[in-house]
Design a protein around this ligand. Structure first.
Ligand code: ATP
Ligand code: FE
Length: 334
């Protein structure tokens, strides 16, 4: 089975070709245009998708060595995401599937961030049921995964996503967008206990990050007023402290989820799972608490089409197809 997968939910135009559960090619065209605005500009994103999609798909097929006539189906991101961006990938996929007379498979982007763990890499995969912690630019969720298609959200953020907590804190520190990876980089040489921040009190398995964001903003403003070089002089300790607090918030909720469900397999996904601090914390949790942690390969953490392809593959096996009237959705449930 050859699946062409297309992802265009936000600001990356991505295409991948899978042979069954193996990735033959995985191409991502990033959009540099947003950096100067400090965030993704939806209008510019959809225009860039329109420019990128044909060459990106072309390269993905060439690199895979697969002709379009050999494709078994086309999988694309139906949502959630930016409407203008989703529509570009959606209409492209529909027309291509129609022209080739092959099935179309609509994929939920958050489902894909989770099933990315089932891309065949020769590494151990989680077994059902497991807990997925999906941490990305737009989401923060703990999901109980009972099978490929039976997923239940146990908790999620009530305001900002964890990626936003990273990026907005980074913006406060004057870093370019997206600043999450820079916080990670500076944190590696800093003292995580240098500046203690308070964790929000949120009931159950839900999260909140907007209070932390404000707390960090006031902390920086106050200290910059006293010493205009405060950030410059303490960059590493500030980043380490921010990252430490965010990781503690995530770990607290994971511990609670493990206690409530008795499930000790934890699979992280989404862009923030590239963070070295969260990766180390999970390795520690394996040692200290007997958890089994699953950490995806870097290229399958941030947005990519291979993860859309693996969901496409499992849908194909079940003959779960969409018809050409399927609509893109900015918000979507499992
Ligand atoms: P969603 O999947 O919710 O629609 P998205 O697709 O925009 O959102 P991803 O591409 O999965 O999000 O993740 C992007 C986020 O990951 C950004 O907020 C970015 O700062 C963050 N990120 C990437 N690498 C790191 C890192 N090493 N440390 C912290 N954050 C990181
Ligand atoms: Fe994503």
């Amino acid at each position: 089975i050859y699946i062409l997968a297309i992802e265009s939910s936000c600001d990356d135009t991505a295409a991948a070709v899978l042979k069954n559960d193996q990735v033959l090619s995985n191409i991502v065209a990033q959009q540099a245009v947003h950096e100067q605005y400090g965030g993704v500009v939806p209008e510019l994103a959809s225009r860039a998708h329109q420019q990128n999609i044909v060459p990106v798909v072309d390269v993905a097929l060439k690199k895979a060595g697969v002709k379009k006539e050999e494709l078994s189906a086309i999988a694309f991101t139906q949502g959630p995401g930016l409407m203008g961006s989703l529509l570009v990938g959606g209409s492209f996929s529909k027309s291509m599937a129609m022209a080739l007379k092959i099935p179309l498979i609509a994929v939920n982007h958050m489902h894909a961030h989770i099933l990315a763990h089932f891309i065949e890499e020769g590494t151990p995969k989680p077994t059902f049921p497991f807990l997925a912690l999906t941490i990305s630019g737009g989401h923060t969720q703990i999901v109980q995964v009972n099978s490929f298609f039976d997923l239940k959200i146990l908790g999620e953020t009530t305001d900002d996503a964890v990626g936003e907590a990273f990026d907005k804190s980074a913006k406060t520190l004057g870093f370019p967008y997206p600043g999450g990876p820079l916080i990670d980089k500076y944190a590696q040489n800093g003292n995580p206990k240098a500046f203690p921040f308070t964790k929000p009190k949120v009931e159950g398995l839900n999260f909140s990050f907007s209070g932390l964001k404000t707390q960090i903003l006031y902390f920086i403003q106050k200290n910059q007023a006293i010493n205009p070089n405060f950030v410059e002089e303490n960059k590493e300790d500030i980043c380490a402290s921010i990252q430490y607090t965010i990781i503690q918030i995530l770990l607290d909720k994971l511990k609670l989820a493990v206690a409530e469900t008795g499930i000790k397999q934890i699979a992280i996904g989404g862009g923030v799972s590239a963070n070295s601090g969260i990766r180390n914390a999970l390795l520690q949790a394996e040692k200290n608490w007997g958890w089994t942690a699953f950490i995806p390969k870097f290229e399958y953490t941030t947005d990519n089409a291979a993860m859309i392809g693996i969901v496409g593959y499992y849908n194909f096996l079940e003959s779960h197809f969409s018809n050409s009237s399927v609509v893109s959705k900015a918000r979507i449930e499992f």
